[in-house]
Design a protein around this ligand. Structure first.
Ligand SMILES: O=C(O)CCC(=O)C(=O)O
Length: 318
Protein backbone atom coordinates (compact mmCIF):
# COMPACT_ATOMS: atom_id res chain seq x y z
CA UNK A 1 0.00 0.00 0.00
CA UNK A 2 1.48 3.34 -1.07
CA UNK A 3 2.29 5.99 1.54
CA UNK A 4 0.29 8.43 -0.59
CA UNK A 5 -2.93 6.72 0.43
CA UNK A 6 -2.37 7.72 4.08
CA UNK A 7 -3.79 11.10 5.02
CA UNK A 8 -0.92 11.85 7.43
CA UNK A 9 1.56 11.82 4.51
CA UNK A 10 -0.20 14.76 2.93
CA UNK A 11 -0.73 16.38 6.30
CA UNK A 12 3.03 16.31 6.93
CA UNK A 13 3.73 17.70 3.46
CA UNK A 14 1.07 20.37 3.95
CA UNK A 15 2.54 21.33 7.31
CA UNK A 16 5.71 22.52 5.55
CA UNK A 17 3.67 24.45 2.97
CA UNK A 18 1.45 26.13 5.54
CA UNK A 19 1.81 29.59 4.03
CA UNK A 20 0.20 28.42 0.81
CA UNK A 21 -2.79 26.99 2.66
CA UNK A 22 -3.73 29.96 4.82
CA UNK A 23 -6.19 31.24 2.22
CA UNK A 24 -8.70 28.68 3.53
CA UNK A 25 -8.60 29.84 7.17
CA UNK A 26 -11.25 32.63 7.04
CA UNK A 27 -13.66 30.33 5.23
CA UNK A 28 -13.18 27.46 7.69
CA UNK A 29 -14.34 29.98 10.28
CA UNK A 30 -17.21 31.20 8.12
CA UNK A 31 -18.55 27.67 7.61
CA UNK A 32 -17.78 26.53 11.19
CA UNK A 33 -15.38 23.89 10.02
CA UNK A 34 -13.58 22.63 13.06
CA UNK A 35 -10.29 21.36 11.66
CA UNK A 36 -6.70 22.40 11.06
CA UNK A 37 -6.15 24.17 7.76
CA UNK A 38 -3.39 21.69 6.84
CA UNK A 39 -5.50 18.60 7.60
CA UNK A 40 -7.28 16.42 5.05
CA UNK A 41 -10.52 17.84 3.75
CA UNK A 42 -13.22 16.56 1.42
CA UNK A 43 -16.92 16.97 0.64
CA UNK A 44 -17.59 14.65 3.60
CA UNK A 45 -16.70 17.59 5.88
CA UNK A 46 -19.59 19.61 4.45
CA UNK A 47 -22.42 17.12 4.85
CA UNK A 48 -25.28 19.00 6.47
CA UNK A 49 -23.84 22.45 5.68
CA UNK A 50 -25.80 24.44 3.09
CA UNK A 51 -23.79 25.33 0.01
CA UNK A 52 -24.98 28.81 -1.05
CA UNK A 53 -25.36 28.81 -4.86
CA UNK A 54 -23.81 31.36 -7.17
CA UNK A 55 -26.04 34.05 -8.66
CA UNK A 56 -26.37 32.60 -12.16
CA UNK A 57 -27.04 29.10 -10.83
CA UNK A 58 -30.32 30.41 -9.48
CA UNK A 59 -31.06 33.46 -11.63
CA UNK A 60 -31.13 33.78 -15.38
CA UNK A 61 -28.06 35.52 -16.81
CA UNK A 62 -30.21 36.74 -19.73
CA UNK A 63 -32.16 38.89 -17.30
CA UNK A 64 -29.53 39.67 -14.69
CA UNK A 65 -26.34 40.36 -16.67
CA UNK A 66 -27.73 43.40 -18.54
CA UNK A 67 -28.29 45.08 -15.15
CA UNK A 68 -24.56 44.93 -14.34
CA UNK A 69 -22.34 47.96 -14.97
CA UNK A 70 -19.41 45.89 -16.22
CA UNK A 71 -21.68 44.14 -18.70
CA UNK A 72 -22.85 47.47 -20.07
CA UNK A 73 -19.24 48.47 -20.84
CA UNK A 74 -18.75 45.42 -23.12
CA UNK A 75 -19.30 45.55 -26.88
CA UNK A 76 -22.56 44.14 -28.29
CA UNK A 77 -20.97 40.96 -29.64
CA UNK A 78 -19.40 40.02 -26.29
CA UNK A 79 -22.63 40.86 -24.47
CA UNK A 80 -24.56 38.48 -26.72
CA UNK A 81 -21.98 35.75 -26.28
CA UNK A 82 -22.37 35.90 -22.48
CA UNK A 83 -26.14 35.91 -22.11
CA UNK A 84 -26.74 32.15 -22.20
CA UNK A 85 -24.26 31.43 -19.39
CA UNK A 86 -26.76 30.22 -16.82
CA UNK A 87 -28.69 28.14 -19.37
CA UNK A 88 -25.76 26.43 -21.04
CA UNK A 89 -22.87 26.51 -18.54
CA UNK A 90 -20.42 27.71 -21.16
CA UNK A 91 -19.80 30.64 -23.46
CA UNK A 92 -17.61 31.01 -26.54
CA UNK A 93 -15.78 34.28 -27.16
CA UNK A 94 -14.55 34.47 -30.72
CA UNK A 95 -11.34 36.16 -31.65
CA UNK A 96 -10.53 37.14 -28.07
CA UNK A 97 -6.74 37.06 -28.33
CA UNK A 98 -4.98 38.67 -31.28
CA UNK A 99 -2.76 36.80 -33.73
CA UNK A 100 0.25 38.54 -32.20
CA UNK A 101 -0.69 37.55 -28.64
CA UNK A 102 -1.27 33.93 -29.64
CA UNK A 103 2.09 33.74 -31.44
CA UNK A 104 3.83 35.10 -28.34
CA UNK A 105 2.15 32.43 -26.13
CA UNK A 106 3.22 29.64 -28.48
CA UNK A 107 6.76 30.98 -28.62
CA UNK A 108 6.85 31.19 -24.83
CA UNK A 109 5.84 27.54 -24.48
CA UNK A 110 8.45 26.47 -27.05
CA UNK A 111 11.11 28.43 -25.13
CA UNK A 112 10.03 27.03 -21.75
CA UNK A 113 10.14 23.48 -23.10
CA UNK A 114 13.51 24.01 -24.71
CA UNK A 115 15.01 25.48 -21.55
CA UNK A 116 13.61 22.58 -19.49
CA UNK A 117 11.71 24.99 -17.20
CA UNK A 118 8.51 23.06 -17.94
CA UNK A 119 7.97 19.40 -18.77
CA UNK A 120 5.09 17.21 -19.86
CA UNK A 121 3.24 15.59 -16.96
CA UNK A 122 0.31 13.17 -16.82
CA UNK A 123 1.03 12.22 -20.43
CA UNK A 124 0.83 15.36 -22.52
CA UNK A 125 0.05 18.21 -20.15
CA UNK A 126 2.33 21.13 -19.34
CA UNK A 127 1.16 22.12 -15.89
CA UNK A 128 1.50 25.57 -14.31
CA UNK A 129 3.60 27.21 -17.04
CA UNK A 130 2.26 30.48 -15.55
CA UNK A 131 4.63 29.93 -12.63
CA UNK A 132 7.55 30.34 -15.03
CA UNK A 133 6.35 32.91 -17.53
CA UNK A 134 5.24 36.49 -17.15
CA UNK A 135 3.81 36.40 -20.68
CA UNK A 136 1.53 33.45 -19.95
CA UNK A 137 0.64 34.83 -16.53
CA UNK A 138 -0.41 38.07 -18.18
CA UNK A 139 -2.55 36.12 -20.65
CA UNK A 140 -4.38 34.48 -17.75
CA UNK A 141 -4.66 37.81 -15.99
CA UNK A 142 -5.83 39.65 -19.13
CA UNK A 143 -7.90 42.54 -17.80
CA UNK A 144 -10.93 42.05 -20.03
CA UNK A 145 -10.90 38.30 -19.41
CA UNK A 146 -10.81 38.76 -15.63
CA UNK A 147 -13.64 41.28 -15.91
CA UNK A 148 -15.77 38.82 -17.85
CA UNK A 149 -15.02 35.92 -15.51
CA UNK A 150 -15.81 38.03 -12.45
CA UNK A 151 -19.01 39.10 -14.13
CA UNK A 152 -20.06 35.49 -14.77
CA UNK A 153 -19.22 34.47 -11.21
CA UNK A 154 -20.59 37.72 -9.79
CA UNK A 155 -17.47 37.99 -7.61
CA UNK A 156 -13.69 38.29 -7.83
CA UNK A 157 -11.74 35.49 -9.45
CA UNK A 158 -8.05 34.64 -9.11
CA UNK A 159 -5.91 32.75 -11.60
CA UNK A 160 -4.89 29.43 -10.08
CA UNK A 161 -3.64 27.05 -12.73
CA UNK A 162 -2.68 26.73 -16.36
CA UNK A 163 -2.36 23.68 -18.59
CA UNK A 164 -0.75 23.83 -22.02
CA UNK A 165 -1.24 21.23 -24.69
CA UNK A 166 0.62 20.60 -27.90
CA UNK A 167 -1.54 17.58 -28.69
CA UNK A 168 -5.05 16.47 -27.76
CA UNK A 169 -5.49 15.29 -24.16
CA UNK A 170 -7.91 12.45 -25.04
CA UNK A 171 -9.06 12.80 -21.44
CA UNK A 172 -12.38 11.12 -20.63
CA UNK A 173 -15.35 13.27 -19.73
CA UNK A 174 -15.16 14.82 -16.26
CA UNK A 175 -16.10 17.84 -14.19
CA UNK A 176 -13.33 20.09 -12.90
CA UNK A 177 -15.06 20.05 -9.54
CA UNK A 178 -13.51 16.68 -8.71
CA UNK A 179 -10.00 18.12 -9.27
CA UNK A 180 -10.42 21.68 -8.08
CA UNK A 181 -13.19 21.37 -5.55
CA UNK A 182 -14.58 24.29 -3.59
CA UNK A 183 -17.00 24.85 -0.77
CA UNK A 184 -19.44 26.37 -1.46
CA UNK A 185 -19.47 24.15 -4.54
CA UNK A 186 -19.00 25.68 -7.97
CA UNK A 187 -16.54 28.47 -7.20
CA UNK A 188 -14.24 27.69 -10.06
CA UNK A 189 -14.35 28.84 -13.66
CA UNK A 190 -12.22 27.70 -16.60
CA UNK A 191 -11.05 29.05 -19.94
CA UNK A 192 -9.81 27.09 -22.97
CA UNK A 193 -7.77 29.12 -25.46
CA UNK A 194 -7.16 27.92 -29.03
CA UNK A 195 -3.53 28.58 -29.96
CA UNK A 196 -4.19 27.38 -33.51
CA UNK A 197 -7.24 26.56 -35.67
CA UNK A 198 -8.47 23.28 -34.21
CA UNK A 199 -9.07 20.37 -36.58
CA UNK A 200 -11.61 17.56 -35.99
CA UNK A 201 -8.92 14.84 -36.20
CA UNK A 202 -6.64 16.41 -33.56
CA UNK A 203 -8.69 15.35 -30.50
CA UNK A 204 -10.66 18.56 -29.92
CA UNK A 205 -12.27 19.51 -26.64
CA UNK A 206 -15.80 18.18 -26.15
CA UNK A 207 -18.40 19.35 -23.68
CA UNK A 208 -22.02 18.75 -22.69
CA UNK A 209 -24.08 21.96 -22.70
CA UNK A 210 -26.31 22.24 -19.60
CA UNK A 211 -24.49 19.42 -17.77
CA UNK A 212 -23.42 22.00 -15.15
CA UNK A 213 -26.94 21.61 -13.72
CA UNK A 214 -26.35 17.95 -12.84
CA UNK A 215 -25.49 17.20 -9.20
CA UNK A 216 -21.80 17.58 -8.27
CA UNK A 217 -20.17 14.15 -8.17
CA UNK A 218 -18.03 13.55 -5.09
CA UNK A 219 -16.04 10.69 -3.59
CA UNK A 220 -19.12 9.13 -2.02
CA UNK A 221 -20.80 8.87 -5.42
CA UNK A 222 -18.24 6.33 -6.57
CA UNK A 223 -17.50 4.69 -3.24
CA UNK A 224 -14.20 6.52 -2.76
CA UNK A 225 -14.63 8.13 0.67
CA UNK A 226 -11.80 6.24 2.42
CA UNK A 227 -11.41 6.03 6.19
CA UNK A 228 -10.28 8.24 9.05
CA UNK A 229 -6.66 7.49 8.15
CA UNK A 230 -6.72 6.75 4.44
CA UNK A 231 -8.05 8.41 1.33
CA UNK A 232 -10.32 6.36 -0.97
CA UNK A 233 -8.69 3.53 -2.90
CA UNK A 234 -10.67 3.72 -6.15
CA UNK A 235 -8.75 4.26 -9.36
CA UNK A 236 -9.52 7.45 -11.26
CA UNK A 237 -11.25 5.51 -14.04
CA UNK A 238 -13.98 4.57 -11.52
CA UNK A 239 -14.80 8.28 -11.33
CA UNK A 240 -14.84 8.49 -15.13
CA UNK A 241 -17.12 5.43 -15.31
CA UNK A 242 -19.44 7.09 -12.82
CA UNK A 243 -19.63 10.23 -15.01
CA UNK A 244 -20.35 8.05 -18.03
CA UNK A 245 -23.21 6.40 -16.10
CA UNK A 246 -24.58 9.77 -15.03
CA UNK A 247 -24.53 11.03 -18.62
CA UNK A 248 -26.12 7.87 -20.00
CA UNK A 249 -29.19 8.60 -17.89
CA UNK A 250 -29.61 12.05 -19.45
CA UNK A 251 -30.44 13.20 -22.96
CA UNK A 252 -27.63 15.76 -22.96
CA UNK A 253 -25.81 16.06 -26.27
CA UNK A 254 -22.08 16.28 -26.74
CA UNK A 255 -20.65 19.26 -28.60
CA UNK A 256 -17.20 19.40 -30.18
CA UNK A 257 -15.27 22.66 -29.93
CA UNK A 258 -13.63 23.56 -33.24
CA UNK A 259 -12.40 27.08 -32.61
CA UNK A 260 -10.22 29.35 -34.67
CA UNK A 261 -6.91 30.55 -33.29
CA UNK A 262 -7.60 33.17 -30.58
CA UNK A 263 -11.13 31.97 -29.76
CA UNK A 264 -11.89 30.83 -26.26
CA UNK A 265 -14.44 28.79 -24.38
CA UNK A 266 -15.34 29.60 -20.78
CA UNK A 267 -16.97 26.84 -18.75
CA UNK A 268 -18.76 26.42 -15.45
CA UNK A 269 -17.10 24.48 -12.58
CA UNK A 270 -19.45 21.55 -13.12
CA UNK A 271 -19.70 21.47 -16.93
CA UNK A 272 -18.79 17.98 -18.15
CA UNK A 273 -16.03 18.03 -20.74
CA UNK A 274 -13.06 16.09 -22.05
CA UNK A 275 -10.84 15.47 -25.07
CA UNK A 276 -11.89 13.59 -28.21
CA UNK A 277 -9.78 10.76 -29.59
CA UNK A 278 -6.87 11.85 -31.79
CA UNK A 279 -7.45 10.25 -35.19
CA UNK A 280 -4.50 11.87 -36.95
CA UNK A 281 -1.31 10.99 -35.12
CA UNK A 282 0.59 13.78 -36.85
CA UNK A 283 -1.82 16.49 -35.72
CA UNK A 284 -1.20 19.14 -33.12
CA UNK A 285 -3.86 20.77 -30.95
CA UNK A 286 -2.04 23.72 -29.44
CA UNK A 287 -4.14 25.10 -26.64
CA UNK A 288 -3.99 26.58 -23.17
CA UNK A 289 -6.38 26.20 -20.26
CA UNK A 290 -6.69 28.54 -17.28
CA UNK A 291 -8.53 27.67 -14.08
CA UNK A 292 -9.64 30.38 -11.67
CA UNK A 293 -11.04 30.19 -8.15
CA UNK A 294 -13.26 32.85 -6.69
CA UNK A 295 -11.75 34.56 -3.65
CA UNK A 296 -14.47 33.52 -1.19
CA UNK A 297 -14.40 29.74 -1.03
CA UNK A 298 -12.56 26.84 0.58
CA UNK A 299 -10.44 25.14 -2.11
CA UNK A 300 -9.37 21.50 -2.04
CA UNK A 301 -8.80 18.38 -4.10
CA UNK A 302 -11.66 15.99 -3.46
CA UNK A 303 -9.91 12.79 -4.57
CA UNK A 304 -6.73 13.13 -2.50
CA UNK A 305 -8.57 15.15 0.18
CA UNK A 306 -5.87 17.81 0.18
CA UNK A 307 -6.42 21.52 0.74
CA UNK A 308 -5.27 23.50 -2.30
CA UNK A 309 -1.79 25.01 -2.28
CA UNK A 310 -1.98 28.49 -3.76
CA UNK A 311 1.09 30.06 -5.28
CA UNK A 312 1.41 33.63 -4.05
CA UNK A 313 3.25 34.73 -7.16
CA UNK A 314 -0.03 34.54 -9.05
CA UNK A 315 -2.02 36.55 -6.59
CA UNK A 316 0.39 39.48 -6.89
CA UNK A 317 -0.44 40.57 -10.43
CA UNK A 318 2.32 41.68 -12.82
O1 LIG B 1 -8.27 20.17 -23.40
C1 LIG B 1 -8.68 19.07 -23.11
O2 LIG B 1 -8.68 18.13 -23.89
C2 LIG B 1 -9.21 18.82 -21.72
C3 LIG B 1 -8.93 19.95 -20.80
C4 LIG B 1 -9.54 19.75 -19.46
O3 LIG B 1 -10.25 18.82 -19.24
C5 LIG B 1 -9.30 20.69 -18.38
O4 LIG B 1 -8.36 21.48 -18.47
O5 LIG B 1 -10.04 20.66 -17.39
Amino acid sequence: MSLRSYKFTYQLYNFFKKDQLKHNIPFYKKYNLNKKYYSSISSEDFIGIDSPPNLYDVKDSKEELPKKKTFQTLDDKTQNELLSWSDDGYVVLENFFSEEEIESYKQEIDDLLESGKVKFRYGNKIMFAIHHSKTLRSAGNNKKLLQILSLLMDKNVELFQSINFIEGSQQRTHSDSIHMTTFPYGNLIAVWVALEDIKPDSGPLHYYPKSHKLPYIHNRDYDNVGTKYKIGDKLYNKYEDCIEDVLRKTDLEKKIFLPKKGDLLIWHANLLHGGEKVTNENSTRKSMVFHYYTDDAICFHEISQRPTLKNKKLIVKD
